[in-house]
Design a protein around this ligand. Structure first.
Ligand SMILES: Nc1ncnc2c1ncn2[C@@H]1O[C@H](COP(=O)(O)OP(=O)(O)OP(=O)(O)O)[C@@H](O)[C@H]1O
Ligand SMILES: [Mg+2]
Length: 536
């Protein structure tokens, strides 16, 4: 046996104490015995010490073995308890075993003691392992149930978001067009402004639902999370106020991750805002990064974790914390404990969706009154870090005269896009699907400067169309739009960073900016160059 056994020995006779010790030592067991003989000392030892095994005499001057056994079972049910007694009779011995004693050894048969101790320890170890395995299984089952529940809600949310995206593109787009044509009619303008405002709010909700359902299009970049956090810190400080201390503990030499920069900022923002709300009296917010290896053993205990190298991003607060019941629901969309109007309950749902869609995992550790830690694990990748700035529209010019081929299967969205483009000087050819688009290309003699296409369409996808079109009109640049990703081309909702993309629902302004931006990019630019082969 490696380390010494810690034995609590309830025995009043010093000779017997020594005899027991010698017997065990002679059997090659290294042990440390703490001897007590009265109730109070026994109780104190039970409470304070870490014991491998308890040995107890049956009759003592001021205490008795059976009471000691009851006490030990109550306070330390996992520690084996063996009677070592000279007086125990058969009936008493049976009563002891019934009361939970592990074994009994007679003082004039001490030769049996080492064997009894070893067996008791072995059985205790087995019980402990079984208990751990049971706990692991229960935890896994719970995680699995939770994951299935999130899948189901995600599908529902994704379906709603998909349809709403197209509807909102139309509602918001036409309100903008109406607004532009209204001139000075103040009353009508005010009314349409209200529609636009509600439309914008609905678009935000839809975007969050889409993020939760892991169906938004991510624009991935290889990033150093330390750089992201460092750049973002200045934004966070005013948000959390002066009573909260912000500390970043960033591991030097941090591995890289492949994520959407805008989305990773969204994650940090949502978690920070939650942490702030949990610390109304002030406190400390810690953002931590670290390289971690998640091994097989970890993966076995955590549903849907693949072993391997990860980068951890942890955000901790010293706030109000959460009870287990709350923790079980926080990632569900619309779960909030905040009063009406204060929270929508979409913050963590969004975080959850983004993390999962990026191939990562998120866990929460919290205790009421103590604080909360969210840990996010993202797969580590090889490569060279790119700039962490999310792509922002660079153009403020909205007009142009180029020829644009517009491909979109939703009639209302297509009509809207056409109307917006034509109102700003562009010549527009339209098609409702890829086949029709290719027909237009073949018959069109002049240049087609830009293809604006939906990503997901019945029949040939937007990316396939772009590739085909490239062979007929090599000058054509491409702008993708989508409200939803379920297409093989953007499997996992991930587009190469090199592609120009517009998320539905979009405003007329965002649409026009993006069109100009792509048209004005140099054709050799790696960012807006024509289609390259997909990495998927
Ligand atoms: N750091 C935290 N400490 C304590 N409770 C938290 C923390 N983060 C989240 N919660 C709990 O989880 C709930 C859900 O959080 P979530 O961010 O999804 O929604 P919200 O903050 O209520 O609203 P929203 O983010 O949409 O404005 C919160 O209402 C709160 O009860
Ligand atoms: Mg929140």
């Amino acid at each position: 046996m490696g380390t010494a056994l810690h034995i609590l020995h309830l025995e009043d006779n010093p000779d017997d104490q020594e005899l027991v010790r010698l017997t065990l030592v002679k059997e090659g067991m290294s042990c440390e015995l703490a001897c007590v003989e009265a109730h109070d000392d026994f109780l104190a030892a039970l409470k304070q010490g870490e014991w491998d095994i308890i040995l107890a005499d049956y009759t003592l001057p001021s205490y008795n073995g059976l009471s000691a056994l009851t006490l030990a079972r109550e306070l330390r049910p996992e520690v084996p308890f063996i009677f070592v007694s000279g007086t125990i009779g058969e009936d008493a011995a049976i009563a002891c075993l019934k009361a939970g004693a592990t074994d009994y050894v007679l003082k004039h048969h001490l030769a049996r003691l080492a064997h009894a101790v070893r067996r008791a320890l072995r059985e205790a170890e087995e019980r402990k392992e079984r208990k751990l395995a049971d706990e692991d299984r229960t935890r896994l089952e719970e995680q699995l149930r939770q994951a299935h529940k999130m899948e189901a809600i995600g599908r529902l949310a994704g379906g709603i978001a998909h349809d709403f995206n197209n509807l909102l593109t139309v509602i918001n787009g036409y309100s903008e067009l109406v607004l532009n044509s209204l001139g000075a009619n103040l009353h009508a303008r005010k009314n349409v402004e209200q529609i636009k405002k509600a439309g914008r709010r609905a678009a935000t909700l839809t975007r969050q639902l889409l993020a939760f359902s892991r169906r938004q299009v991510l624009q991935l970049k290889v990033l150093d999370l330390n750089a992201v956090v460092t750049n973002f810190e200045a934004m966070l400080q005013p948000l959390i106020g002066e009573d909260i201390l912000l500390e970043a503990v960033l591991q030097p030499g941090l591995g890289l991750v492949k994520v959407d920069p805008g989305q990773i900022e969204q994650i940090i923002l949502n978690l920070t805002v939650n942490a702030r709300d949990a610390m109304p009296e002030g406190g400390k917010l810690t953002i931590e990064t670290a390289n971690v290896e998640l091994d097989e053993a970890y993966a076995r205990r955590h549903v849907s974790v693949r072993p391997g190298p990860y980068v951890m991003l942890a955000i901790s607060d010293t706030g109000c914390g959460m009870d287990a019941e709350t923790q079980a629901n926080i990632f569900e969309p619309f779960f909030t404990t905040k009063e009406h109007g204060k929270g929508t309950g979409l913050g963590l749902a969004t975080v959850y969706g983004i993390v999962k869609q990026s191939g990562g995992n998120i866990w929460v550790y919290s205790e009421p009154g103590k604080g909360t830690t969210f840990k996010i694990y993202l797969p580590r990748v090889e490569g060279v870090a790119e700039g962490s700035e999310p792509a922002h529209p660079r153009s403020s010019i909205l007009r142009g005269s180029e020829t644009i081929l517009l491909v979109e299967d939703e009639d209302m969205v297509r009509s809207l896009a056409r109307e917006i483009l034509e109102a700003h000087g562009y010549a527009v050819s339209e098609a409702r699907d890829s086949t029709e688009a290719l027909r237009v290309c073949h018959t069109h003699s002049g240049s087609i400067h830009l293809l604006v296409t939906d990503v997901v369409m019945p029949g040939m996808s937007g990316r396939e169309l772009a590739a085909r079109l490239g062979t007929i009109h090599p000058e054509t640049k491409v702008l993708y739009m989508s409200g939803y990703t379920d297409d093989a081309v953007v499997r996992h909702g991930v587009l190469n960073a090199g592609l120009a993309f517009l998320q539905k629902p979009f405003t007329a302004n965002a649409f026009l900016c993006k069109v100009r931006e792509v048209l004005d990019s140099t054709s050799s630019s790696p960012v807006y160059g024509r289609m390259t082969a997909s990495s998927e």
